[in-house]
Design a protein around this ligand. Structure first.
Ligand SMILES: [Zn+2]
Length: 476
């Protein structure tokens, strides 16, 4: 059986989840469901990044301990599982003991000559958890707009990334690590071409306020204690989610599985396509084989920001409209390969136009006609994905897959209008309506990775004796 390991990135837990992470979680879930239904043995991992300095600061602001803070927000991210109907197999928290063990093991496995200590002075943005060059900081703000810059001088451990420039360039150029979309691949290649600098992989215990994964050789020492730079430890989640350093799942879904896919946002591509494969190569561990990079969501045309107060709460959205319409909006309306916008008026427009009037109305119409003629369909198990759905999902074009499926919904609507089955009765009606009801089931099956609950409802309505039921999507 073919295998697939699929991961979301792990968000910081210094605030409640917003719609941007919901997009990534739903995309990953859609793929996990699609590949499972296509016969793959899928392992799907999500989790939270809890060792960041951001979390320490947020806890100070809220006046609670860092552990309390990460527990509180990690639970909200965990609760997205039910709210968004996600099917991940493991939710990996990086403040857990087993993650510490795995991150330390990874550090120890890196080639000795790749990790060295040096005195360093630089401008560190806590918002990004990244060092910037002086000319990248304008008016005390980082390129991402944070004003959380501090000047740091300390002796840290560094990773010899400069050793890996040629290796990484070839790896990505030849698609051994396949980056989709192509524009993102080009971006990484040109970044590597500019030359790679070694990066700091630890910080002082004091600067980290004692929070984080201790650097292994210093874990016991009282002086000069260091904790891992948050990216070194956070990236290790993709291994520790599989139980690494224990074998079991790690062997099955990482070392012995040729399909290792990370789903990430465009802002963290450098860490995933440059730092991470270099760290793994140094440690003699297999690399990811594919990375899908999605864009960002704006809200009514504006960047999502806590200070503007325009964050969209995915829980509230699901409560108001139901999980199906939320998944539909994210997968259908946000361009899979680019940036997209969330707007409540567009949400309602799509809901009424494509769900209530489109799929919902079609299903109700056909169910009524089937019920008029007492139509019964036997159970069907060997459904197949339509080519347009399958081809698009294999390249992560969720939007195109749904547009193609909705072309089929419209085509079926037109067919009914042409054949006018409501003017027929008895055997004639049955003859016309049977293939239409069968096609509804095909559409429902194809919908299963996107809107699993709706898909199940339609399949169960159109199996056995078919009767009219409550509308799938009441108009709003
Ligand atoms: Zn920043």
């Amino acid at each position: 059986m073919k295998r697939l390991y699929i991961t979301t990135a792990i968000p910081y837990v210094n605030a409640s989840p917003h719609v941007g992470f919901a997009l990534e979680a739903v995309q990953a879930d859609c793929l996990a469901r699609f590949f499972r239904a296509s016969g793959y043995d899928v392992f799907f991992a999500s989790g939270t990044d809890e060792n960041s300095l951001k979390n320490v600061q947020a806890a100070e602001t809220e006046g609670i301990s860092t552990q309390k803070l990460v527990d509180k927000y990690a639970k909200q991210f965990f609760d997205l599982r039910d709210a968004l109907n996600l099917t991940y197999d493991v939710f990996n928290r990086t403040s857990s003991k087993h993650h510490f063990k795995g991150a330390q093991k990874l550090w120890n496995q890196c080639r000795k000559e790749d990790i060295y200590k040096k005195k360093y002075r630089g401008l560190y943005c806590i918002g990004c958890e990244v060092f910037y060059k002086p000319d990248e900081i304008i008016d005390n703000r980082c390129p991402d707009g944070h004003n959380t810059i501090e000047e740091v001088e300390e002796e840290n451990y560094f990773f010899r990334l400069s050793n890996y420039a040629d290796f990484l360039y070839k790896l990505i150029e030849k698609d051994k690590l396949k980056i989709i979309p192509q524009t993102r691949k080009n971006e990484v290649l040109s970044f590597i071409k500019q030359g790679l600098e070694d990066f700091s992989i630890s910080r002082s215990y004091a600067r980290a306020r004692g929070w984080g994964v201790p650097v292994p050789s210093f874990a016991e020492a009282s002086e000069d204690k260091q904790v891992m730079y948050v990216w070194f430890d956070a990236l290790a989640t993709y291994l520790t989610a599989l139980g690494y350093p224990s074998d079991g799942l790690y062997k099955k879904y990482w070392s012995n599985n040729p399909n290792r896919l990370h789903i990430i946002g465009k802002g963290i591509i450098r860490f995933h396509a440059v730092y991470w494969p270099a760290m793994l190569a140094s440690a003699g561990i297999s690399l990811p084989t594919a990375e899908f990079v999605h864009g960002y969501i704006t809200v009514e045309g504006q960047k999502i920001s806590k200070s503007i107060g325009n964050t969209i709460d995915p829980f509230a959205l699901v409560k108001k409209y139901g999980v199906g319409p939320v998944r539909y909006y994210l997968l259908r309306e946000i361009p899979a390969w680019g940036d997209g916008d969330f707007s409540e008026s567009r949400f309602r427009e799509l809901y009424n136009g494509e769900l209530a009037n489109g799929l919902g109305n079609l299903t109700a119409r056909v169910a009524r006609l089937c019920s008029d003629t007492n139509l019964s369909l036997p159970q069907k198990k060997n459904f197949k994905f339509k080519k347009a759905v399958s081809d698009n999902l294999k390249i992560y074009r969720f939007d195109q897959a749904l547009i193609a499926l909705w072309d089929d919904v419209s085509a079926l609507d037109r067919k009914i209008n042409d054949e006018k089955p409501w003017e027929l009765e008895g055997a004639k009606l049955k003859k016309v309506i049977t293939p239409i009801a069968q096609e509804i089931r095909e559409i429902a099956f194809n919908l299963s990775p996107f809107l699993p609950t709706t898909s199940e409802k339609i399949l169960s309505q159109f199996t056995g004796k078919i009767s009219a039921e409550k509308p799938l999507f009441p108009r709003i």
